[in-house]
Ligand binder design. Structure first.
Ligand code: IMP
Ligand code: MG
Length: 183
């Protein structure tokens, strides 16, 4: 699905821009954590963060481990967070005393990430930071600090590079705004 179909209203971030920014984020993370005694644990939030996470880890030059968690705050076919976060798949490993970097695709209301950061701290993580490819600040309900942010995007419905609408469009190589006729 390389071609830009008419379901995409606008290409917001091209593939080359994504690659350049992910390299910068990886370099920044490497620099910030280079003196860490323990390994850094990246926790990818399924499924949206998978493509970003796969590219990002290759740009980090210190030892990292990875784990995944799946949560749901949207009902299928909806375009707004319900506010209720459900854990669909929990972490494989205990995170007590671990340094964690949560890797997320997009922060919108902030409900999902503030919930996740909160449970990781309650489970005894030593430190918790957040890397999000995209930030959509207009509809924020819970203030949440994004330590590593790729791009700010307008208040449009975003798809591509891992991000879906109703499980589709994750395989687009760019970030686009979905046409309203699609939802
Ligand atoms: P929040 O809890 O409202 O911050 O929503 C976060 C989650 O909603 C993200 O992890 C995404 O999976 C999803 N999401 C938010 N905005 C968009 C969008 O524009 N397109 C697709 N998914 C989105
Ligand atoms: Mg998500």
């Amino acid at each position: 699905m390389k071609a830009r179909g008419n379901y995409i209203k606008e290409v917001l971030i091209h593939e080359e821009q994504l690659q350049t920014r992910v390299k910068e984020l990886g370099a920044q993370i490497t620099e910030d954590y280079k003196d860490l005694e323990e390994d850094l644990l990246l926790i990818g939030i399924l499924k949206g963060a998978v493509v970003f996470m796969a590219d990002l880890i290759k740009e980090i030059e210190i030892p990292v481990m990875m784990d995944f968690m799946s949560v749901s705050s949207y009902g299928k076919g909806r375009t707004e967070s319900s506010g209720v976060v459900r854990i669909l798949k929990d972490l494989d490993e205990d995170i007590q005393d671990k340094n964690i970097l949560i890797v997320e695709d997009i922060v919108d209301s902030g409900l999902t990430l503030s919930y996740l950061k909160d449970i990781m701290l309650r489970r005894g993580a030593k430190s918790v930071r957040i890397a999000s490819l995209l930030n959509k600040p207009h509809r924020r309900k819970n203030e949440v600090k994004i330590d590593y942010c790729g791009f700010e995007v307008p208040n449009m419905f975003i798809v591509g590079y891992g991000i879906d609408y109703s499980e589709k469009y994750r395989n687009l190589t760019y970030i686009g705004a979905l046409d309203e006729s699609e939802y």
